[in-house]
Structures are given as C-alpha cells and as structure tokens.
Write a protein that binds this ligand. Structure first.
Ligand SMILES: [Fe+2]
Length: 217
C-alpha cells in the first residue's frame, strides 16, 4: 500500500538469486589489429563471388570458420575467454570444443531477430567491424513468467528491465549462456557491421556429463 514506510522496516537487503552472466572481454589493439586484418580479408574473399549486399540485407558465412587458418588467432582468444568463464563458474570440466563459428555481415538497415543457440553450453560474439549506430546487442530476459505482469515503472533498472543493451566496439568478445535470447537492432550506420559468432559445448558430453548425476540404487 502507498504511504509512509513503517518505522520498523530497515532498507531491505537485496539478495541476488540466480544471476545471469555475460562475459565481456576487450582485446588489446595490438592483438585485434592483426586478427581483424586476417579475418576481414578472408571474409572478403569468401564473399567476393556473391552479389553486393542490398540495404537491409545480411549475409552469414558457413559454420566452420574456426577450422580455417585465418581464424586461428581469433579461435585462440575465444578459447581463453571460454576457459575464463568456466573457471568463473567453478565448472570442473574445462574441455570444451567450438561446435560452430560463423560470420554475420549486416548491411546498413539489417536486423537480427531474437534467437538463442540450442544444444550448446556457451555462445559468444566477436566484433571485427562495428561503429556508432551499429555497436549494440540486446539480451532479453529468459524468464517467460516475468512478462505476465509488467506494471509501469518510474525508472528502468537492472531489477525491472526485460532487456539489456550491451555496447560493443571493435575487438570486443562477448561470451554468454547459449540459452540466453538475444537480438540485434537495425544497423543505423552507413557501413557494414561484421561480427563472428560461435558456440561451445563440452567435448565429451555424452561420456562425462550426460549420464545421470545420481547413483544407481
Ligand atoms: Fe546469436
């Protein structure tokens, strides 16, 4: 009920339950410089045979970029970022494999609607070419129940929002849970936006983790 706060109530402690994490790494320019040169050159070659992207159009490469030599430097950075996340989460099995890695080339006006990456543990994106007007990614609240009642708020905060907008730059590497829905707004710049997405899964999932966690009776 509206009114004065009861005198006996102290400012309540906010207990964070089940926080969702996003790992944001920034590669140093001396590192991302050569990586981007190599990656962008390779993508240019892959895309050369195709017609130029029209306004609002997007092109996605094949899913095996992590197996190609020009992506070796990037794959190494991704591997380190994945290991850091697994260490942060105190996960005992650190042997993960990149199961897919692909480029997203978005012309001005292009959007990427909301989606998640099933059948993997972690996902991520590396930004090789982003600029003002094309430098954000949206993460959406995965708790469907929260949307049932959404009363008006006086201020958007981390505790009442249903979407986080993360700003990225050239050399940013994000890692997040593969189940976390995300989307990309329309490219409002006049230049192409180029990012490299990837998925990672425990290498020996069936052998080491897929079995029941409880013992046989
Ligand atoms: Fe994605």
């Amino acid at each position: 009920m509206a009114g004065e706060r009861q005198a006996w109530i102290e400012a309540p402690e906010v207990v964070r339950l089940f926080p969702t994490f996003l790992w944001k790494c920034r590669l140093r320019p001396e590192l991302y410089g050569p990586i981007n040169e190599s990656v962008l050159k390779q993508l240019e070659e892959m895309h050369r045979e195709l017609p130029p992207l029209e306004r609002g159009a997007a092109w996605q490469s094949g899913h095996g970029l992590h197996t190609l030599e020009p992506f070796r430097g990037l794959v190494s950075c991704i591997g380190e970022a994945l290991d850091a996340v697994l260490a942060f989460l105190r996960i005992g099995v650190r042997d993960v494999a990149i199961t897919g890695c692909w480029a997203n080339v978005n012309a001005p006006g292009a959007v990427h609607r909301m989606h998640a990456h099933p059948n993997n543990f972690l996902s991520g994106v590396y930004y090789a070419q982003v600029q003002e007007g094309a430098d954000t990614i949206n993460f959406h609240d995965p708790r469907a129940q929260v949307a049932i009642l959404r009363p008006p708020v006086t201020e958007l905060t981390a505790y009442n929002t249903d979407q986080f907008v993360v700003t990225v730059g050239v050399g940013t590497l994000l890692v997040f849970p593969a189940w976390l829905p995300h989307s990309v707004d329309a490219n409002r710049s006049e230049r192409t936006r180029i990012s490299i997405s990837f998925n990672a899964m425990f290498t020996a999932f069936a052998e080491t983790m897929g079995r029941p966690l409880w013992g046989a009776p």
